[in-house]
Design a protein around this ligand. Sequence first.
Ligand code: AMP
Ligand code: FE
Ligand code: FE
Ligand code: ZN
Length: 283
Amino acid sequence: MYADLHLHTRYSDGTYTPAELASEAQRHGLTAIALTDHDTVEGCAEMVEECRLRGVEFIPGCELTAQAETGTELHILAYFLDTSHAELLAELARYQAVRQERISRMVARLNELGVPLPESVVLAIAGCRAPGRPHVARALVQEGFCASSDEAFERYLKVNRPAWVPKDKMSVAQAIALIHRAGGVAVMAHPALNRCDELIPSFAGLGLDGLECFHSRHSGADSDRYRRMADRLGLLVSGGSDCHGMNKGQPLIGGVRLPYAFVERLRERHQKIVSSTHTGSHV
Ligand code: AMP
Ligand code: FE
Ligand code: FE
Ligand code: ZN
């Protein structure tokens, strides 16, 4: 029995609908999956139904963008969220507005650079409340300004490239506390991509619950290193493909298979968080 706990749909920068994602999960024989769209839980209600129809266990979640005190950007996955939690929904709406405003600013930068990409094209491709750079990249390809999304990131959208615009982010402490108040389990996503291993003990001190040890872009050595680190710091283990559908040509779902026992540990932590939230004590 295996799980994939890092997946995106069209509600953020993935290309699958919830029905397509649930079908793919079933086709790959996954026992459980989590939806972790960037800054939104909108896809979760549909996923509940689509997964139920196909006999796949569903875990509602999302992926928040946070910032360490050093300024490093990192992503925090939330699992087993209460997707009707009022404060969570208000915070997500705030960061969705930040994303929408950032799209306007990135398009304005491109226009200043002599790339006449209309914002309406990006918004039509995105078709969601949490648009991001992959949507701008797809628009640049569709309109013939770049040959591929990779080229769009390399020329314009990567950090410090001419059309890159920084994003307002919550702190790691705020992200973890918000997730816990909404009943969720907080897991640091793809630590090998953020290169701030020296800060992970401090995140554990802030209440981080787990580390995404297994990820499509982690080498075997990375996974081993983060499993040892998780053991040392008392963190739970998670893993997922980070599948964005057809975004990069090849869907990644099924490529990372997390043994189901780890899902049970994460669920136990969720139950502990919920019961301590109700009694008012800290986790
Ligand atoms: P954003 O949230 O708008 O900053 O966009 C971040 C998303 O863009 C990530 O989740 C990836 O899906 C994608 N991404 C980031 N860097 C690259 C890159 N160099 N090439 C292709 N996709 C990228
Ligand atoms: Fe993404
Ligand atoms: Fe991420
Ligand atoms: Zn992701």
